[in-house]
Write a protein that binds this ligand. Sequence first.
Ligand code: PGA
Length: 249
Amino acid sequence: MRKQIVAGNWKMNNGLIQAETLISELKQQNQTSEAEVMIAPSFTNLWHAFESTRQYPIEVVAQNMHFSEDGAYTGEVSAGMLKSIGIQTVILGHSERRAYFNETDEALAKKVDTALKHDIRVIFCFGEELADRKSGNHETVVENQIKNALFHLKASDFEHIILAYEPVWAIGTGETATPEQAQSMHAFIRKTLADKYGQDIAESVSILYGGSVKPNNAKEIFSKPDVDGGLIGGASLNAEDFFAIVNAF
Ligand code: PGA
């Protein structure tokens, strides 16, 4: 059975005090679903968030990391540093990293390798832009993003990979892919995996949908057979909204 996962990507929001408040509100929420719950605070809040959720079924994950082991990379954070404070999962390839920080498929392939080498699980993000969808190229774009960054991996590596399909045109815009568009792309992603690694691997990988998932649309999106959860931006900054989404399974 594939894992159902709901991960909150806080992006560049919340100083220490706001993070403390949000975490204490998250801890008061009642989880009725079986989904794995994750939050991704910024680097400055990771240690505090990790410590204060130790006794709770909330995993604290990082939003990014560098591909090098260590060295002269001012402003960057390594896999070893994440591991040293207990972090076990990292988001890689978010469209904002690709668009504003020029992250390429090649760099992402290296980041994936470094994460796996350190036993860090990867939430690998990808998705097409509006122009790709309009021109009918969305499947090709997504297929290439997956192939370029992940298809050098061994089948067994996929135990540590979670995929997150996030159409760029739906992120932070209030516009979501329809549940049918999400399902159709998720099925295509699973087929792409199956063609390369076989049906068993493809069936075992969780594929999350991201892009304006809210309490009022989560249930319908999560009801689709190939949608195994969500990567939530804006709505993860409010504890009640976030848990309404967690409980939408
Ligand atoms: P959003 O962000 O839910 O605010 O659209 C999703 C994401 O970027 O992961």
